[in-house]
Write a protein that binds this ligand. Structure first.
Ligand code: GTP
Ligand code: MG
Length: 271
């Protein structure tokens, strides 16, 4: 099911997260290592009233040098952060350790809620934590409307993660969310966001762009870069003109699967 973020849906999501917060000991907020700031949503400040960890997913797709800068920034901000690669499972053990360490006086297994924007890795994280032995256990007393806990080897996870909606009001953030697939392609102008991505790569990662598409140099204007890529990769219509949609889809697919290289689309904002 795809979610359109009308105000009604946001209100409902917010209400559900607030309900869940009453039941749990700790929140794990997920963010995407390629857009660590834009993938967070400050609209529900209550999530920070609980013991809380920031789990940074898709570190395998991010620029390690920039990830280092982010980790340093979060250290200064006194945020508790764990870096994850949910494809390989890297960081999962550290996350478990950090959860326990955050709740030193808790005698039972911690009750944990995972929250994050669409596509950030909530289900992947829950699967990693539960492994194959993940079993659904019956609704516990005080758990409203059939919420279920999943036993996850020493943690109890609420079975439905909290879905945060992406930031739409900030145009720059919206572009980053779009290229990382946090916003459904169906509602986007793919050509426009591909231009945005190419503009960013031209300025920040020209070598990766040249390498991936075997370009001899990086043209000044994006139109030329776009056309060169389309031509090189055979995204052509019958009359030999560039198939713009196909080119856009190809570039986005390459970026999202890491084929252009490890890339991070933002750095911490200097105050
Ligand atoms: N490379 C890489 N891909 C990841 C990582 N974590 C998640 N993914 C991929 O990202 C996509 C979305 O992951 P999900 O776990 O379904 O994300 P979600 O937050 O549950 O998404 P929704 O249920 O749609 O809100 C999947 O294709 C995952 O395989 C990661 O650490 N690295
Ligand atoms: Mg999911």
């Amino acid at each position: 099911m795809t979610i359109q973020w009308y105000p009604g849906h946001m209100a409902k999501a917010r209400r559900q997260i607030r309900e869940s917060l009453k039941l749990i000991d700790l929140v794990i907020e997920l963010t995407d290592a390629r857009i660590p700031q834009s993938a967070r949503n400050p609209d529900i400040p209550e999530i920070h009233n609980k013991p809380y960890l920031l789990a940074v997913t898709k570190s395998d797709l991010a620029d390690p040098e920039r990830t280092r800068i982010w980790l340093e920034y979060w250290r200064e901000q006194r945020e508790k952060v764990v870096l994850l690669d949910l494809l390989s499972g890297k960081g999962i053990q550290k996350l478990r350790t950090e959860v326990r360490r955050s709740l030193p006086h808790l005698k039972r297994n911690p009750r944990v809620l995972v929250v994050g924007i669409p596509n950030v890795g909530k289900s992947s994280l829950i699967n990693r934590l539960t492994g194959k032995s993940g079993t659904r256990v019956g609704a516990k007393p005080g758990v409203t409307r059939g919420k279920q806990w999943i036993n996850a080897r020493g943690l109890q996870l609420l079975d439905t993660p909290g879905i945060l909606w992406p930031k739409f009001d900030d145009q720059e953030a919206a572009k980053k969310l779009a290229v990382t697939a946090a916003i459904r392609d169906e509602i986007l102008d793919l050509e426009e966001i591909t231009y945005w991505l190419l503009d960013y790569l031209q300025k920040n990662y020209p070598d990766l762009l040249m390498e991936r598409y075997q370009l001899d140099g990086i043209a000044d204007d994006l139109e030329t870069i776009f056309d060169q890529i389309g031509r090189k990769r055979g995204c052509l219509r019958s009359q030999g003109e560039i198939d713009r949609l196909q080119t856009a889809q190809l570039v986005l697919k390459d970026f999202r699967s890491g084929l252009i290289g490890p890339i991070t689309l933002e750095l911490p904002k200097k105050e």
